[in-house]
Design a protein around this ligand. Structure first.
Ligand code: NAD
Ligand code: ZN
Length: 357
């Protein structure tokens, strides 16, 4: 089993990563003083894993409840949030009960915000089951959406622990694997050229979590996120570097039917292009071999057209990270050297047109 410790401002918590953790929750939780455990999960994850997680929890003396939501972003809503709170109250869930988020980023964000606010905060355990959740379950951000504005109601609420059973990644479809893998590539670009190289070598033809050594790469990617959030929990400084690829990525995700990671991967390519345009081309970042690799992994590479530019700019301006009508991009001086670049909208428009050519 691999273990990492994360230091958040008011607490320290562990990330345990191993194949088959879901079968050993009785052992993992034996020293915790919870009065009960409430699993929050979605229908799809429940179909694959709820029975096994319950079997392992039933070996403890804990009282166990579960609440199943519909899969998908729509569940990060006030309605579902309220339904869960009502359920907790109806089951007399007290403040020593733990909320266990079993699922991807949607379940983690929603269950985390429930845990942060029910009775002003109850214990919270993350059990990520997607590749993307290696990113979303670490760093303590929890949130729900308001109408079409993503993650606008939320909080910083670090979990008590993160239990990452990497065997659960085996049932993810290719599109979900692509989504999470983009964050691993992002972590490589902003902090670890060697990780990026190894990802290219080991995943040259497909993203395969079964391959030997995958957990090691995943842990490296987690560690990069962990080190950045430890230095800047509240996102006032270097945590912004984690938004590499996300300025444009979020805007695309809002208007097109692509996953978070597919949109972010395109945003990464645009940021590499911008980095070269602004910092000179002596360190070529946006290479043909990178594009060939992403094509091999089936990443969509023509997500937007000239007609989308105005609405994309509008979306980027409405982002909660935008300040004074200037849009911020994370660019690279070279791999592992990110910095924040602020840019006026006419310039970005022109770069977008040039990039799409
Ligand atoms: P998700 O939770 O919707 O999961 C994607 C799909 O995969 C769902 O249909 C789900 O049912 C299914 N699924 C999950 N685990 C599975 C498994 N093991 N086998 C088969 N199917 C499985 O989405 P996601 O991509 O994990 O997360 C996206 C969310 O994460 C977004 O809402 C985003 O805002 C949020 N996010 C949060 C942070 C953060 O720091 N809190 C960071 C990035 C993203
Ligand atoms: Zn992301």
């Amino acid at each position: 089993m691999k273990t990492l410790t994360v230091k958040a401002s008011h607490k320290t918590y562990s990330i345990l990563l191993d194949k088959g953790l879901r079968h050993h929750l009785d052992v993992i939780l034996k020293d915790q003083q919870y009065s009960q455990v409430v699993i929050i999960t979605d229908e799809q994850v429940a179909h694959h894993y709820l029975e096994e997680v319950l079997a392992s929890l039933y070996k403890t003396s804990l009282n166990v409840h579960y609440y199943i939501i519909k899969p998908g972003e729509q569940s990060k809503s006030f309605t579902v949030y309220e339904d869960i709170q009502r359920y907790l109250l109806s089951q007399h869930v007290d403040r020593n009960s733990a909320i266990l988020a079993l699922g991807g980023g949607v379940v983690g964000d929603l269950a985390g915000f429930v845990a942060a606010t029910y009775m002003r905060g109850v214990p919270f355990i993350q059990m990520p089951t997607t590749l993307l959740a290696h990113d979303s379950s670490i760093g303590g951000k929890v949130a729900i959406n308001l109408v079409n504005t993503k993650n606008i109601i939320g909080s910083f609420y670090p979990p008590d622990m993160v239990l990452y059973d990497t065997e659960t990644l085996y049932t993810l479809n290719k599109q979900e694997l692509r989504s999470g893998f983009a964050e691993m590539v992002k972590h490589g670009f902003i902090a670890d050229a060697k990780l990026l190289e190894q990802l290219k070598q080991m995943m040259a033809f497909s993203i395969n979590p079964i391959i030997d050594g995958f957990d090691e790469l995943l842990l490296r990617s987690i560690r990069i996120k962990q080190e950045i959030v430890e230095k800047d929990e509240s996102e006032s400084g270097i945590r912004k570097h984690l938004n590499f690829g996300h300025t444009l990525g979020h805007a695309i995700e809002a208007i097109k039917p692509y996953t978070h990671g597919e949109s972010v991967m395109y945003g990464i390519l645009f940021n590499l292009f911008l980095s070269e345009q602004i910092n000179g081309t002596e360190n070529r970042l946006l290479t043909d071999s990178l594009i060939d690799w992403l094509r091999q992994l089936d990443y969509p590479l023509s997500l937007i057209s000239d007609n989308d530019v105005d609405v994309l700019i509008e979306k980027m301006l409405n982002d909660k990270k935008t300040i004074n009508q200037n849009i911020h991009f994370i660019l690279l001086k070279e791999i592992g050297k990110p910095y924040i670049q602020s840019m006026p909208t006419p310039k970005i428009k022109q770069y977008l047109y040039d990039f799409m050519e």
